[in-house]
Design a protein around this ligand. Structure first.
Ligand code: NAD
Length: 354
């Protein structure tokens, strides 16, 4: 398996032009491209450019509204955002921004969004809010690809949750997890690479444990920590689906499999304004985080890392060496770019083995 390395700006510009070629509005294309390349840059390949072809296919087939603009209704510190079936990144970004704006007025702000689509990594939205001084929580429901603890078949999404904590200096702490053992995208990546998957990631269509990526993709992903990940997914589906007025459970359209309806994904965001408090709590936070990092490393580990640290390190490396893209994904993107009439101006990529 080989990885190709590209300058971040060139990858982003290419993705933006490809999305733009479908008729997607410039602002939305910019946002989607940025969110996908940011994922690859942070080493979260499961939610990077590997998703661009399916995003484009859904745009071209009218499953996502290229021109939709999310609308917002506020009531006190709460907001409801109707995505009107716009690209998920556009809806999520708007809703996170609204929660932050409400936090400016009320100290804390929340937003719930319906009629949205897959929006990539939740950490993208929470991290951006945290870098502006907000404590941020972001969650989303997702189509059913996971089984509940004790269940045999797909029944719930790998519903992700991100919590980002701003720091006085440096990158925020960002916990960003799926409620499954791993994001399903990682199984897609393993299948692409022709690799098997660890036990505990998924079950085959008969509900039997499997280490064959293709079988788990046909079957179901398993929750993390059994009933805990399973329960987290359920709670997120209630908040983002049932209570947000979006679809929930099997009613959510699957991005890859359902071509008869929009996804109607829902999201929930929360922002608390900490800007003025950072001076007060900042030193205590740093002291606390240092005690975490000072925990003696276990065998096989160099040190204890903070949530978000692996992604931050990957981002710094990518800024020096280039953003990694799996070779087969790159081949697919080039073919799609040609089909869309988009030139691929990126120079000969540097090869690296993984
Ligand atoms: N939009 C959707 O429908 C959807 C659905 C599922 C997942 N996702 C996204 O998929 C991405 C991947 O999710 P995942 O659950 O596979 O992620 P993961 O299992 O890689 O866990 C990532 C989290 O664990 C932390 N982490 C990883 N290694 C660490 C270490 N050694 N020490 C300390 N912390 C460490 C990371 O900083 C991060 O916060 C997330 O960005 C999530 O938002 C999106």
């Amino acid at each position: 398996m080989s990885l190709l390395l590209f300058p971040r700006e060139e990858l982003t510009a290419l993705a933006e032009r490809m999305l733009g070629a479908t008729g997607l509005a410039e602002h939305a294309a910019e946002l989607v491209a940025e969110s996908l390349v940011d994922a690859d840059r942070r080493g979260v390949a499961s939610h990077g450019l590997i998703r661009l072809p399916i995003y484009i296919e859904r745009l071209r087939k009218g499953m996502v509204d290229r021109t939709a603009v999310p609308t917002v209704k506020t009531s006190g510190a709460r907001a409801g955002v109707d995505g009107h079936n716009a690209m998920g990144a556009l809806v999520a970004s708007e809703a996170m921004g609204v929660a932050c704006a409400l936090a400016d007025d009320y100290g804390i702000g929340t937003s719930v969004a319906c009629h949205s689509n897959h929006c990539g990594t939740m950490g993208f939205y929470a991290r951006r809010a945290a870098t502006k001084g907000y404590l941020a929580v972001a969650m989303s429901n997702a189509p059913v690809t996971m089984t509940y603890h004790g269940g045999r078949t797909r029944a719930v999404g790998t519903n992700p949750l991100a919590v980002a904590i701003p720091r006085p200096a440096g990158s925020p702490v960002v916990l960003d997890v799926a409620s499954s053992a791993v994001a399903r995208g990682k199984i897609i990546v393993a299948e692409r690479k022709g690799e098997s998957i660890p036990a505990g990631w998924g079950v085959d269509p008969d509900g039997r444990p499997t280490t064959v990526a293709a079988e788990a993709l046909e079957g179901a992903v398993l929750p993390f920590a059994g009933p805990k990940g399973s329960g987290l997914a359920l709670v997120i589906d209630v908040l983002c689906g049932v209570l947000a007025g979006a679809a929930s459970g099997p009613d959510i359209g699957d991005m890859y499999e359902n071509w008869d309806r929009p996804q109607n994904v829902g999201h929930v965001f929360l922002a608390a304004r900490l800007t003025e408090l950072l001076d007060r709590y900042g030193p205590a936070l740093e002291e606390f985080l240092q005690t975490v990092q000072d925990v003696p490393a276990a065998e096989g580990f160099d040190s204890v890392l903070l949530p978000g640290e692996p992604e931050e390190r990957a981002a710094q490396l990518a800024d020096r060496r280039g953003v990694p893209v799996v070779a087969s994904t790159w081949t697919e993107l080039c073919a799609l770019a040609r089909e869309l009439g988009v030139e691929v101006p990126v120079g000969a990529p540097e090869l690296s083995s993984s």
